[in-house]
Design a protein around this ligand. Structure first.
Ligand code: GLU
Length: 454
């Protein structure tokens, strides 16, 4: 019996998956992200023999550089803390490394590698010439004073500065890193380097080099992606009930955009439970509670009264909805949650967070015919507007909000179309996971092949 190409491609992908697990022990999230991409690549590796070149996919799953460093700092009482800092510079074939910094107690190397790996494909999908990277620390900003956060950021940047630059690596925010942290990080970079290098960080405040619409971009973009998936099925968001998880920057702007497009976003959550508000979440009140007072979501329910209730320890996915937009964190939506959403008639699920749905949940959605938008496509609006911030910094101009928003809408439409067309081209119509992975892969792989064995 002759070995078919398909057999040898899938055997070598299986071997690579096993190798990734062996060489990167104790990094389950990275294994998960790599497995999810590799399992969709077989058709493109078969159709385009140049991609089967020895070492291409092996290079793609190996970061170009991984930096791990000590971050000592003192709290307000003078106690010393020692955190760990990371920056994983994963792939720079398409442009300088680009990706956020996450400050959260759960951060470890495997988490940063999964995020950096996802970022390669996401950034490729934007079409804006940015490579993939990610960083962060196991520092927990929760309950820390501004002065403590500042001292931590200054210590973190005192090492990070030597690895970044507008042509090298451009960090931004992620969980636990917002405008306040970016401000302190930028200040320390400027002080150490004596350079006013606007393009070294994105997510800056609008008064000193930040782009308008950058805070809104991830959430707004995800809602636009969800709407594009619904339109392909002859529907739109008008009048649809939506469940949103999380209560950070992504969730807040998701809720805002859903309401603007006529949907009814009825939930938000944090690690202590969720809020369900039949009248629709009041985004101004949520902002006040989360961004001004830095309070838990239970405070929203107390303040809102009548229409809202807080469900301690509950899972937002038990609330019946037409559309679900997970916007909190990785693996927050499992098979049981997916089954509940499907039972309640969900039509579309669009990932605002990175990898919030487990692989089992994704399979269930796809088997049930639910439109599923993977984060690397659906939440790419954030990093896309970061790239537009870099463009504005490089040309020493700042664009009006309308211009940035129009660009964001155009980019999200392009990403949707690219995913849909690529899925069609590889015989998987409506499978945006396959479409996103293959389309992102083709762009990065073409650049890697052209640039030789490095
Ligand atoms: N952390 C965001 C993401 O997951 C944004 C990254 C950026 O703006 O560089 O894409």
């Amino acid at each position: 019996m002759t070995r078919t190409a398909s057999h040898s491609v899938s055997t070598s992908l299986d071997r690579l998956r096993a190798e990734i697990e062996r060489r990167n022990p104790a990094e389950p999230e990275f294994h998960q992200a790599a497995r999810e991409v590799l399992q969709t690549l077989a058709p493109v590796l078969e159709a385009r023999p140049e991609y089967a070149e020895p070492g291409l996919v092996e290079r793609l799953v190996e970061p170009e550089r991984q930096i791990i460093f000590r971050v000592p700092w003192q709290d307000d009482k003078g106690r010393v803390h020692v955190n760990r800092g990371f920056r994983v510079e994963f792939n720079s074939a398409l442009g300088p490394y680009k990706g956020g910094l996450r400050f959260h107690r759960s951060v470890n190397l495997g988490i940063i590698k999964f995020l950096g790996f996802e970022q390669i494909f996401k950034n490729a999908l934007t079409g804006l010439g940015i490579g993939g990277g990610k960083g962060g620390s196991d520092f927990d900003p929760q309950g820390r004073s501004d002065a403590e956060v500042m001292r931590f950021c200054q210590s973190f940047m005192t090492e990070l500065y030597r690895h970044i630059g507008e042509y090298t690596d451009i960090p931004a925010g992620d969980i636990g890193v917002g405008a306040r942290e970016i401000g302190y990080l930028f200040g320390q970079y400027r002080r150490i380097t004596n350079r006013w290098e606007g393009g070294v960080l994105t997510g800056k405040a609008a008064g000193w080099g930040g782009s308008l619409i950058r805070p809104e971009a991830t959430g707004y973009g995800n809602v636009l992606f969800a709407e594009a998936m619904l339109r392909a099925r002859g529907e739109d968001l008008e009048g649809q009930t939506a469940v949103v998880s999380g209560s950070g920057n992504v969730a807040i702007h998701t809720i805002e955009k859903l309401a603007a497009l006529g949907a009814n976003p009825v939930t938000c959550s944090d690690s202590s439970g969720y809020v369900v508000d039949e009248k629709g979440i009041d985004v101004q009140l949520l902002r006040q509670v989360k961004e001004v007072e830095r309070e838990r979501v239970s405070a929203y329910a107390e303040r809102r009264g009548g229409s809202a209730r807080f469900v301690p320890g509950g899972r937002v996915w038990e609330v019946p909805a037409d559309v679900a937009l997970p916007s909190a964190t990785q693996n927050e939506l499992n098979a049981a949650d997916a089954a509940a959403l499907i039972r309640n008639g969900v039509k579309a699920v669009s990932e605002g967070a990175n990898m919030p749905a487990t692989p089992e949940a994704v399979d269930l959605f796809q088997e049930a015919g639910v439109a599923f938008g993977p984060g690397k496509a659906a939440n790419a609006g954030g990093v896309a507007v970061s790239a537009l911030e870099m463009t504005q910094n490089a040309s020493r101009t700042s664009w009006k909000a309308e211009r940035v928003e129009a660009e964001l809408a155009r980019i999200m439409t392009d990403i949707y179309t690219t995913c849909a067309e690529t899925a069609d081209r590889y015989g998987a119509p409506g499978d945006y996971v396959t479409g996103a992975n293959i389309a992102g892969f083709e762009r990065v792989a073409d650049a890697m092949l052209a640039q030789g064995l490095i």
